[in-house]
Design a protein around this ligand. Structure first.
Ligand code: AMP
Length: 195
């Protein structure tokens, strides 16, 4: 299996690049943000609970997102690999993911991090908020809160995978196609190394 984590702050282009990666490499896309928004749209109890956190720019509790990922890994047990987008966002989630994958006799092959300056991120998120209807993208104070959560809780996840030697940074500024070419090159190198 080829299991990739696309890592990076809110607005770094993970969603855009994920769509292209899954189309080219045939991985199953697991975006916890998308899964949570689907729960909110369906007005499920999980969605209603999650909305309170998302609207404040806070993280949804670890056990909620880990449970969702476990369910999806089970549902797609025949997949040739997964692309994790927006997950793991805490070291506890990373450790839980390692365990869930080990139970299935697999592991994370590679982590690709998209690097974008904070000013560019704010600009992109406010533009996205104007058209996407995402409540967490329209208020600059909520966006800044999400960055501080990212720095405090999510950035340490990079260290977890750096220690395993599976972490690579890619510049996330420039054209979508150029960034995708850099990501594709990194995935292809990872596939070759994994063989
Ligand atoms: P995203 O679409 O990935 O930017 O996620 C939007 C919001 O959903 C985040 O700001 C969090 O409130 C919540 N969320 C998404 N993924 C996670 C996760 N792995 N852990 C905790 N909260 C999450």
């Amino acid at each position: 299996m080829f299991n990739l984590i696309l890592f990076g702050p809110p607005g770094s282009g993970k969603g855009t690049q994920s769509d292209k990666i899954v189309a080219k490499f045939g991985l199953v896309h697991l975006s916890t943000g998308n899964l949570l928004r689907a729960e909110i749209a369906d007005k499920t109890p999980l969605g209603l609970e999650a909305k309170n956190f998302i609207d404040k720019g806070q993280l949804v509790p670890d056990e909620v997102v880990i449970g969702m990922i476990d369910t999806m890994l089970e549902k797609h047990s025949g997949a040739k690999g997964f692309l994790f987008d927006g997950f793991p966002r805490t070291v506890a989630q990373a450790e839980a993911l390692d365990k869930l994958l080990a139970l299935r006799k697999t592991s994370i092959t590679k982590v690709i991090a998209l690097e974008v300056s904070e000013e560019e991120l704010v600009d992109r998120l406010l533009k996205r908020g104007a058209t996407s209807g995402r409540t967490d993208d329209t208020d600059e104070s909520i966006i800044r809160k999400r960055f501080s959560v990212y720095k405090n809780e999510t950035e340490p996840v990079a260290g977890h995978y750096k220690a395993l030697g599976r972490f690579e940074s890619i510049k996330g500024e420039g054209s979508v196609e150029d960034i995708f070419a850099a990501i594709s090159g990194s995935i292809e190198a990872g596939v070759t190394a994994a063989v």
